[in-house]
Design a protein around this ligand. Sequence first.
Ligand SMILES: *[C@@H]1O[C@H](CO)[C@@H](O)[C@H](O)[C@H]1NC(C)=O
Ligand SMILES: *[C@@H]1O[C@H](CO)[C@@H](O)[C@H](O)[C@H]1NC(C)=O
Ligand SMILES: *[C@@H]1O[C@H](CO)[C@@H](O)[C@H](O)[C@H]1NC(C)=O
Ligand SMILES: *[C@@H]1O[C@H](CO)[C@@H](O)[C@H](O)[C@H]1NC(C)=O
Ligand SMILES: *[C@@H]1O[C@H](CO)[C@@H](O)[C@H](O)[C@H]1NC(C)=O
Ligand SMILES: *[C@@H]1O[C@H](CO)[C@@H](O)[C@H](O)[C@H]1NC(C)=O
Ligand SMILES: *[C@@H]1O[C@H](CO)[C@@H](O)[C@H](O)[C@H]1NC(C)=O
Ligand SMILES: *[C@@H]1O[C@H](CO)[C@@H](O)[C@H](O)[C@H]1NC(C)=O
Ligand SMILES: *[C@@H]1O[C@H](CO)[C@@H](O)[C@H](O)[C@H]1NC(C)=O
Ligand SMILES: [Zn+2]
Length: 795
Amino acid sequence: MSDSHEYMFKDADRSHANRKIWICGAVAIIVGFVIGILIGRFATCPEENEAPKQDGTFLPGVSDSIIKDGDPKISEEIINGIQADNIRKYLRDLSENPHLAGTPADWEQADNLRKFWTDNGLDEVFISEYDVLLSYPNTTDEDNMNQIQIVDNSTGNIIYKSPLYEDILDESENKSNVVPPFNAFSKPGTVESDQLIYVNYGRVEDYTHLDSLNINVSGKIVIARYGKIFRGDKANLAYVHGAIGIILYSDPADYAMGQTDSSQVYPHDWWLPASGAQRGTIFLGSGDPLTPGYPATETAYRLGEDEPEAGLPKIITHPVGYGVAEKILQQMTGDNVPSDWEGKVPNVTYRYGGQLTNSTWKVKMRISTANKRVKTYNVIGIIRGAIEPDRYVLMGNHRDAWVFGAIDPSSGTAVMKEVSRVMGQLVKTNKWRPRRSIIFCSWGAEEYGLVGSVEWVEQYIKNLAERSLAYLNVDLALQGNFSLRALATPLLYDVIFSATKKVPNPDSTEIHKTVYDKWKASFPKDSSDPNSVPRSFINTCTFNLCLSVGGVGSGSDYAPMVQMVGLPVCDVRYTFDPKKYPLSSYPLYHSKYETFKAVDEIMDRGFKHHQATGQVWAEMARTLADTMIIPLDVVNFSNELISLANTLDNDYGTMLRNNSITFDDLKTVTNNLKTEAMAFKSRVDNVDKYNPLAVRHINDQLILFERSFLDPQGLPGRPYARHVLFAESQVNTYAGSSFPGLVDSLFEIEKDPDQKGRWNIVKKHFSVILFTIESATSTLRDVTKFMPVFIKDRS
Ligand SMILES: *[C@@H]1O[C@H](CO)[C@@H](O)[C@H](O)[C@H]1NC(C)=O
Ligand SMILES: *[C@@H]1O[C@H](CO)[C@@H](O)[C@H](O)[C@H]1NC(C)=O
Ligand SMILES: *[C@@H]1O[C@H](CO)[C@@H](O)[C@H](O)[C@H]1NC(C)=O
Ligand SMILES: *[C@@H]1O[C@H](CO)[C@@H](O)[C@H](O)[C@H]1NC(C)=O
Ligand SMILES: *[C@@H]1O[C@H](CO)[C@@H](O)[C@H](O)[C@H]1NC(C)=O
Ligand SMILES: *[C@@H]1O[C@H](CO)[C@@H](O)[C@H](O)[C@H]1NC(C)=O
Ligand SMILES: *[C@@H]1O[C@H](CO)[C@@H](O)[C@H](O)[C@H]1NC(C)=O
Ligand SMILES: *[C@@H]1O[C@H](CO)[C@@H](O)[C@H](O)[C@H]1NC(C)=O
Ligand SMILES: *[C@@H]1O[C@H](CO)[C@@H](O)[C@H](O)[C@H]1NC(C)=O
Ligand SMILES: [Zn+2]
């Protein structure tokens, strides 16, 4: 591969040499190699400009690297440099002990990473500290710890109580500081009810079904299985329907494919054991709840915890494993549920519920989880760009874990350490320095609601928006060993594809030679729409898909980058075969059993899939950092936008047209964007690569293109989600949602008593969408012709 690549590079250079390049009657301002000094200089013309034969012939005293792509051989050096054994060692250390956000262990890992980066050649390493509101279960007193009980109300006897901790199944988990199962930001307190209702996945449609049977959850405790939608939405919907508490459990149908025998589950296989519980936040916002929109610095103004703007959950919530669920569900009465409501908890007939099997019994939830102000830390390490240090390629991963986090997130942290080691060593030994700066970001407190990344974005949004090209996220590096899966905004499609074509398939015995070949064979193109990029192959980052495919809660740290900064983003990982395993997420997700043993002995023996994720990630970053013309593809983007507009038409076109919205205007502006994107692309193809200012000018347009899709006022009712094309839907977390503001405004619109008011919101937002697409179009136009020609006599 490397040979043909190098050949292509030289060939491109030759064709340049043959082209006549005139520098004529103009001032050429050249950016200096080391310190970026500007040199003004007149060149007399005409004069043929030969391709430089050796460094320094482009302009005396100025490195020729200004007018070239980075050395393509470095790609191979980085890919070959990334070692599976190193990743394994890093993961063993990172996941040896729990490292929950806001605890001393979290700080220790942050400080270790700072030292690691300093030792391995990064130019600058910063720690950014924020003072934020997180949440922890109270473990001072066993009689007060989080627990679900069945109590006989006539005698006060406890008939059943849930265990306080998950079982120790392997001695490697026998560690102090294992936080017991809890849902972060649950309301604390004790609630009891003699009625318990099963609400399936706790989605809108599940409550609609219950309504149709006149089953009312108001004043009662409900039990829901995990999966399909974000757990925060389950808690909120239960609250909205009047429930006083919600028990969340992992059903073996969704997390163990019905395999529940102790010989079939962890530590023998990757299936969730009966005592494994899924921790996780139920906060629906992101960032520090007390400082929305602004960084949680010392001088920040803070809301009170009960102010509505803080958006903290209002319902008592607790997660359990299917061992506990079995005991509880067995005590339920009522009619049998339909088959699509049935799970696979052993020895249980699924019923809607009501009173318990013994009418004197009641369910009690005792929750002592409490919010607490703590410090969280991001570690930011920078490799300074040689030629354009003020242009940033961001790579990020969160560091905090619920417990050992050997999958989420430490598999990603271990990979990031290896990628940064390889790049840092090349810099340290003077073999390479990227054209642009590469910034490694290790986020704190992601699990609580993207807290570290959101605070950092809030603090530095102006610098980031002006200078960044893209944000490349790896949360967990691996949740299975079948194939790569990527989520991305369309500008990055080709960057991902070309990187995956360079990385060998980690399953070397297969016929597929590269990660790309395996990926393509694993997720075949959707035959019903041959022209579109198939959703299952590469998902446009409509964040609800990230939810259902990746099971990563409210997305990951790419969310603020796209929604607040307006950056192209992607998230890559190795995953399991979704056809063989139709799971809600990998089985051990957020349980104590995400251990090094599970990864090392079961999920990625040899760490080859971790290695491949690292190689793809590094190659994407290198391409973005080293290619003279930034490889963001605006034509790919405009094609994808046309396809998204067609999907919107299929789903809502008739409804919008019925309500006097001229939907075809959307088609017009998206087609105009495509025309302009193609014109822009041909200017890119013909740009004078010997003129650094002309190149910079094209690159600036490329960088600012995605930014044009931001509406500074935010989506309707969501001031901090500003990208009009890509965000998770707020109300319909299951359905696909590009155009999230529009889709959310249309959700159940027919039920709204204020029809006129609701439709006005839709109409206004539709016009904002048209306007933002047109601004993106003007961003691409020739810079002195950014306004369309005004025609007076339009008839
Ligand atoms: C934890 O609970 C104990 C009583 O069991 C109480 O004294 C203490 O204040 C609680 N701690 C927090 C942080 O709420
Ligand atoms: C856990 O470790 C403690 C002390 O180190 C020991 O007393 C206990 O038996 C261990 N538990 C298990 C289940 O291995
Ligand atoms: C338990 O019994 C008391 C009276 O003994 C009654 O007031 C209360 O409502 C009962 N609680 C439930 C949940 O049935
Ligand atoms: C459910 O019960 C509550 C309280 O009894 C009542 O206010 C509410 O209207 C009921 N909901 C439905 C849909 O019947
Ligand atoms: C529960 O089901 C398992 C098989 O799934 C069976 O082996 C066991 O005996 C059952 N236990 C009870 C109490 O019915
Ligand atoms: C209900 O519970 C009470 C007290 O624990 C017990 O006396 C009674 O027999 C139980 N009834 C049934 C039907 O199991
Ligand atoms: C791949 O994952 C499966 C579990 O999904 C596991 O059984 C298998 O051993 C793993 N392969 C490797 C090479 O780790
Ligand atoms: C992106 O566009 C290029 C040509 O501009 C095309 O070769 C490539 O297939 C496109 N990629 C996707 C994912 O549509
Ligand atoms: C659109 O209007 C027509 C005629 O009034 C009606 O039959 C149809 O159901 C409407 N469709 C939608 C999606 O509102
Ligand atoms: Zn994670």
